[in-house]
Design a protein around this ligand. Structure first.
Ligand code: ZN
Length: 213
Protein backbone atom coordinates (compact mmCIF):
# COMPACT_ATOMS: atom_id res chain seq x y z
CA UNK A 1 0.00 0.00 0.00
CA UNK A 2 1.32 3.40 -0.90
CA UNK A 3 1.95 5.76 1.97
CA UNK A 4 0.75 9.33 1.76
CA UNK A 5 4.34 10.50 1.35
CA UNK A 6 4.39 8.79 -2.06
CA UNK A 7 1.84 11.37 -3.18
CA UNK A 8 3.99 14.33 -2.18
CA UNK A 9 5.09 16.28 -5.24
CA UNK A 10 8.69 15.46 -6.10
CA UNK A 11 9.66 19.11 -5.68
CA UNK A 12 8.51 18.98 -2.04
CA UNK A 13 10.45 15.78 -1.50
CA UNK A 14 13.59 17.34 -2.98
CA UNK A 15 13.14 20.52 -0.90
CA UNK A 16 12.88 18.37 2.20
CA UNK A 17 16.03 16.44 1.28
CA UNK A 18 17.91 19.68 0.70
CA UNK A 19 16.73 21.19 3.98
CA UNK A 20 19.36 19.16 5.83
CA UNK A 21 23.02 20.03 5.41
CA UNK A 22 25.63 17.64 4.06
CA UNK A 23 25.55 14.74 1.65
CA UNK A 24 22.18 13.12 0.95
CA UNK A 25 21.44 9.72 2.52
CA UNK A 26 21.90 6.92 -0.01
CA UNK A 27 19.13 4.37 -0.38
CA UNK A 28 20.23 0.72 -0.20
CA UNK A 29 19.07 -2.22 -2.30
CA UNK A 30 15.71 -3.49 -1.14
CA UNK A 31 14.04 -0.08 -1.29
CA UNK A 32 11.45 -0.14 -4.07
CA UNK A 33 12.55 3.28 -5.32
CA UNK A 34 15.58 1.47 -6.80
CA UNK A 35 13.36 -0.99 -8.66
CA UNK A 36 10.87 1.26 -10.40
CA UNK A 37 11.24 3.16 -13.67
CA UNK A 38 12.02 6.76 -12.76
CA UNK A 39 9.88 9.53 -14.27
CA UNK A 40 11.25 11.45 -17.23
CA UNK A 41 12.40 14.87 -16.07
CA UNK A 42 10.04 17.45 -17.46
CA UNK A 43 10.36 20.47 -15.24
CA UNK A 44 9.14 18.85 -12.00
CA UNK A 45 11.89 20.86 -10.30
CA UNK A 46 12.23 24.51 -11.26
CA UNK A 47 15.65 25.55 -12.57
CA UNK A 48 16.87 26.84 -9.21
CA UNK A 49 15.76 23.70 -7.37
CA UNK A 50 17.24 21.47 -10.09
CA UNK A 51 20.56 23.29 -9.73
CA UNK A 52 20.53 22.81 -5.96
CA UNK A 53 19.58 19.14 -6.33
CA UNK A 54 22.35 18.51 -8.86
CA UNK A 55 24.81 20.21 -6.55
CA UNK A 56 23.70 17.97 -3.67
CA UNK A 57 24.00 14.87 -5.85
CA UNK A 58 27.54 15.90 -6.71
CA UNK A 59 28.41 16.48 -3.07
CA UNK A 60 26.91 13.09 -2.21
CA UNK A 61 28.92 11.38 -4.96
CA UNK A 62 32.14 12.99 -3.74
CA UNK A 63 31.46 12.14 -0.10
CA UNK A 64 30.65 8.48 -0.75
CA UNK A 65 33.07 8.45 -2.64
CA UNK A 66 31.70 7.24 -5.95
CA UNK A 67 31.89 7.97 -9.67
CA UNK A 68 28.17 8.39 -10.21
CA UNK A 69 24.89 8.79 -8.38
CA UNK A 70 21.39 8.49 -9.82
CA UNK A 71 18.44 10.38 -8.33
CA UNK A 72 16.60 7.19 -7.25
CA UNK A 73 19.62 6.40 -5.06
CA UNK A 74 18.65 9.35 -2.88
CA UNK A 75 14.98 8.40 -3.03
CA UNK A 76 13.95 10.69 -5.90
CA UNK A 77 12.39 8.80 -8.83
CA UNK A 78 13.43 11.21 -11.60
CA UNK A 79 15.60 10.42 -14.62
CA UNK A 80 18.60 12.44 -13.47
CA UNK A 81 22.13 11.25 -12.66
CA UNK A 82 25.54 12.79 -12.13
CA UNK A 83 28.85 11.22 -13.10
CA UNK A 84 32.47 12.19 -12.51
CA UNK A 85 35.64 10.14 -12.25
CA UNK A 86 39.04 11.65 -11.53
CA UNK A 87 40.35 8.09 -12.10
CA UNK A 88 43.05 8.02 -9.43
CA UNK A 89 44.40 4.61 -10.45
CA UNK A 90 47.83 3.23 -11.41
CA UNK A 91 48.78 3.38 -15.10
CA UNK A 92 48.47 -0.40 -15.52
CA UNK A 93 44.86 -0.36 -14.38
CA UNK A 94 44.12 2.77 -16.40
CA UNK A 95 45.33 1.08 -19.58
CA UNK A 96 43.65 -2.30 -19.07
CA UNK A 97 40.29 -0.94 -17.90
CA UNK A 98 40.25 2.22 -19.96
CA UNK A 99 39.73 4.15 -16.75
CA UNK A 100 40.45 7.63 -17.99
CA UNK A 101 39.32 10.78 -16.21
CA UNK A 102 35.67 11.66 -16.81
CA UNK A 103 34.78 15.29 -16.12
CA UNK A 104 31.68 16.07 -14.07
CA UNK A 105 28.45 15.98 -15.98
CA UNK A 106 24.75 15.80 -15.46
CA UNK A 107 22.63 13.28 -17.36
CA UNK A 108 18.96 14.15 -17.75
CA UNK A 109 16.67 11.59 -19.39
CA UNK A 110 19.63 9.51 -20.60
CA UNK A 111 19.36 6.46 -22.83
CA UNK A 112 22.23 4.47 -24.29
CA UNK A 113 22.72 1.97 -27.06
CA UNK A 114 25.71 -0.29 -27.71
CA UNK A 115 28.12 0.69 -30.47
CA UNK A 116 29.44 -2.49 -32.06
CA UNK A 117 29.51 -5.87 -30.35
CA UNK A 118 32.63 -5.70 -28.17
CA UNK A 119 32.08 -6.32 -24.49
CA UNK A 120 34.25 -5.65 -21.45
CA UNK A 121 34.00 -7.56 -18.16
CA UNK A 122 35.27 -6.04 -14.92
CA UNK A 123 34.37 -5.85 -11.26
CA UNK A 124 32.09 -2.99 -10.39
CA UNK A 125 30.22 -1.88 -7.32
CA UNK A 126 27.31 0.34 -6.35
CA UNK A 127 26.78 2.82 -3.52
CA UNK A 128 23.38 1.19 -2.97
CA UNK A 129 24.98 -2.24 -2.46
CA UNK A 130 27.73 -1.22 -0.05
CA UNK A 131 30.60 -3.56 0.68
CA UNK A 132 30.31 -5.76 -2.40
CA UNK A 133 31.56 -5.97 -5.98
CA UNK A 134 30.85 -8.30 -8.87
CA UNK A 135 31.93 -8.78 -12.46
CA UNK A 136 29.64 -7.32 -15.10
CA UNK A 137 30.15 -7.82 -18.84
CA UNK A 138 28.91 -4.72 -20.63
CA UNK A 139 29.10 -3.23 -24.10
CA UNK A 140 32.57 -1.72 -24.40
CA UNK A 141 31.28 1.33 -26.26
CA UNK A 142 27.92 3.06 -26.06
CA UNK A 143 26.19 6.02 -27.62
CA UNK A 144 24.51 8.21 -25.03
CA UNK A 145 21.52 10.37 -25.83
CA UNK A 146 20.42 12.71 -23.06
CA UNK A 147 19.94 16.31 -22.05
CA UNK A 148 22.25 18.33 -19.89
CA UNK A 149 21.08 20.23 -16.82
CA UNK A 150 20.14 23.22 -18.99
CA UNK A 151 18.01 21.13 -21.36
CA UNK A 152 20.63 21.08 -24.10
CA UNK A 153 20.99 17.93 -26.19
CA UNK A 154 23.74 15.38 -25.47
CA UNK A 155 24.74 12.87 -28.14
CA UNK A 156 28.08 11.35 -27.35
CA UNK A 157 30.00 8.08 -27.63
CA UNK A 158 31.74 6.71 -24.52
CA UNK A 159 34.32 3.93 -24.28
CA UNK A 160 36.31 2.33 -21.49
CA UNK A 161 35.38 3.00 -17.87
CA UNK A 162 33.27 6.06 -18.71
CA UNK A 163 31.06 3.77 -20.87
CA UNK A 164 30.61 1.50 -17.83
CA UNK A 165 29.67 4.43 -15.60
CA UNK A 166 27.16 5.78 -18.13
CA UNK A 167 25.49 2.37 -18.38
CA UNK A 168 25.45 1.74 -14.63
CA UNK A 169 23.85 5.10 -13.83
CA UNK A 170 21.35 5.01 -16.69
CA UNK A 171 20.34 1.48 -15.64
CA UNK A 172 19.42 2.86 -12.21
CA UNK A 173 16.76 5.02 -13.88
CA UNK A 174 15.12 1.87 -15.26
CA UNK A 175 15.13 0.10 -11.89
CA UNK A 176 18.09 -2.10 -12.85
CA UNK A 177 20.95 -2.78 -10.46
CA UNK A 178 24.36 -3.99 -11.64
CA UNK A 179 23.72 -7.27 -9.80
CA UNK A 180 20.98 -8.02 -12.34
CA UNK A 181 23.68 -8.14 -15.02
CA UNK A 182 26.51 -9.60 -12.92
CA UNK A 183 28.17 -12.99 -12.84
CA UNK A 184 26.88 -13.87 -9.39
CA UNK A 185 29.69 -16.32 -8.71
CA UNK A 186 32.06 -13.36 -8.89
CA UNK A 187 30.34 -11.61 -5.97
CA UNK A 188 33.10 -10.54 -3.61
CA UNK A 189 33.25 -8.44 -0.48
CA UNK A 190 35.51 -5.41 -0.61
CA UNK A 191 37.79 -7.25 1.80
CA UNK A 192 37.99 -10.28 -0.49
CA UNK A 193 38.61 -7.97 -3.46
CA UNK A 194 41.59 -6.42 -1.71
CA UNK A 195 42.88 -9.80 -0.53
CA UNK A 196 42.45 -11.79 -3.73
CA UNK A 197 41.27 -9.91 -6.81
CA UNK A 198 43.16 -6.65 -7.04
CA UNK A 199 44.56 -7.58 -10.47
CA UNK A 200 43.73 -5.29 -13.40
CA UNK A 201 41.47 -7.91 -15.02
CA UNK A 202 39.06 -10.43 -13.48
CA UNK A 203 40.66 -13.45 -15.18
CA UNK A 204 42.20 -14.77 -11.95
CA UNK A 205 38.87 -14.30 -10.19
CA UNK A 206 37.10 -16.19 -12.99
CA UNK A 207 39.41 -19.16 -12.38
CA UNK A 208 39.34 -18.93 -8.61
CA UNK A 209 35.60 -18.41 -8.19
CA UNK A 210 34.38 -20.41 -11.18
CA UNK A 211 32.57 -18.08 -13.56
CA UNK A 212 32.88 -17.58 -17.31
CA UNK A 213 34.44 -14.50 -18.84
ZN1 ZN B 1 24.80 2.11 -8.53
Amino acid sequence: MASSSDLTPLSDRVEELLSRPGPLPIVAAGDPVLRGAAEPFDGQLDPALLARFVSALRETMHAAPGVGVAAPQVGVPLRIAVIEDPAPVPDEIREVRGRVPLPFRVLVNPVYEPVGTARAAFFEGCLSVPGWQAVVARPAEVRLLAQDEHGGPVDEVFTGWPARIVQHETDHLDGTLYLDRAELRSLSSNEAMARWWAQPTPSEAAKGLGFPL
